[in-house]
Design a binder for this molecule. Structure first.
Ligand SMILES: [Zn+2]
Length: 365
């Protein structure tokens, strides 16, 4: 039997935690030809979390759902806007006009592909405890937030519960209208492997501070101009998201197939046309309070999750006053195809199956 190099330290990725294994063998046939049936069986035993459903997260979802994982859990608090349409997989002008939650878009996207996919959709802020608790059962989490605070929260959650984390991000630098840099990164953090996002010199933790302020502090810092990136539209390109998300899923698949990998991530330099493996420097004495020798890694429910004290989102969805949009909203609400996403974190009832998917041939392994 092949060992899963690099992931073998994680107690959650040596075959997944689910008992039953079902997948459409015909639909999966072509990637089984590449990676083998054993990899497919492992994927179909996994519960995979995707945190944030923006341009990157929806592309991760698009690729991962077609691998027929055992279960998907997704979270986002935001709504589809017209400025998202250049990069949000599955989104339409109508979604933007109706201001639908991205969580609802994700549910529609997954179940229109595979009505039998087990899926939990969480609509809400990941920095709240009740949202994070939904992800404790995951075997692997893909984090695609555009802010550092929730990335660190996902890192802490994964360390505490022994979940392998793929932290995925993109960025582009434009100065005076000229592209200066563009790239992305995939960082795999395995609990117990000697580093995490908190102790590694990867993210500016001071920049994350705004994410954990209460509402009053946040508004004060915002007015003073101390919140970096607030209300500034970041350059975003679908192709950059796509190549970075693809590296993340490719790395995940090869690791699950048992391929050897002695690096911790992939750095994508889209400006200079390269993608290179990346290795984090381990500290000889790890004093990190999260992953260090006396840290909270693998403490399970005894560990402390990283949440904020804010009880209101700093960017509440805008209420659009428009008679045409109101009419569209009313029609949408009356549509039998409408998927209702609860405002609280809970299982969304699946759409009725009409038998048209009977060609999907689930095979117990
Ligand atoms: Zn650490």
């Amino acid at each position: 039997m092949q060992m899963i190099n690099c992931l073998q330290n994680s107690r959650r990725l040596t075959g997944g935690t689910r008992d039953s294994v079902t997948y459409d063998s015909e639909a999966c046939g072509r990637h089984i030809l590449v990676f083998g049936k054993e990899m497919q069986e492992r994927i179909s035993q996994l519960t995979i979390g995707i945190c944030s459903l923006g341009g990157l997260g929806m592309l991760l979802l698009e690729q991962l759902m077609r691998l027929y994982p055992g279960k998907l859990i997704v979270v986002d608090h935001d709504r589809v806007s017209r400025s998202n349409l250049n990069r949000l997989t599955g989104s339409t002008y109508l979604d933007a006009n109706l201001d639908i939650p991205k969580a609802q878009l994700a549910a529609r996207h997954v179940w229109s592909f595979n009505p039998k996919q087990e899926l939990t959709v969480v609509e809400g802020d990941f920095l709240e405890l009740k949202q994070q608790e939904q992800f404790r059962e995951c075997d692997v989490i893909f984090s695609a937030f555009d802010r550092i605070g929730p990335r660190l929260a996902a890192n802490q959650l994964c360390e505490i519960h022994g979940i392998t984390l793929f932290d995925v991000g993109v960025g582009a630098v434009v100065k005076d209208g000229t592209l200066q840099a563009a790239g992305g990164q995939v960082i795999r953090v395995v609990p117990g492997a000697g580093f995490c996002l908190s102790c590694a010199d990867i993210y500016d933790k001071a920049e994350a501070a705004a994410d954990f302020m209460d509402m009053r502090e946040y508004q004060n810092h915002l007015q003073m101009g101390y919140v970096r990136g607030a209300n500034i539209a970041a350059p975003q390109v679908y192709a950059l998201n796509m190549m970075t998300a693809s590296w993340a899923v490719w790395m995940f698949m090869r690791l699950l197939a048992g391929d050897h990998c002695d690096f911790d991530g992939v750095a994508v330099d889209a400006f200079d046309w390269t993608a290179a493996p990346w290795l984090e420097e381990r500290k000889s004495v790890n004093t990190c309070p999260i992953c260090g020798n006396n840290g909270m890694a693998l403490t399970g429910d005894d560990g402390t999750l990283l949440v904020h004290r804010r009880d209101v989102s700093p960017n509440p969805p805008t209420s659009i006053q428009d008679p045409i949009l109101d009419r569209d909203r009313q029609r949408h609400a009356e549509s039998p195809a409408n998927l209702t996403v609860p405002t609280d974190s809970q299982e969304i009832p699946k759409p009725e199956e009409d038998g048209s998917d009977s060609e999907i041939n689930e095979l117990p392994i």
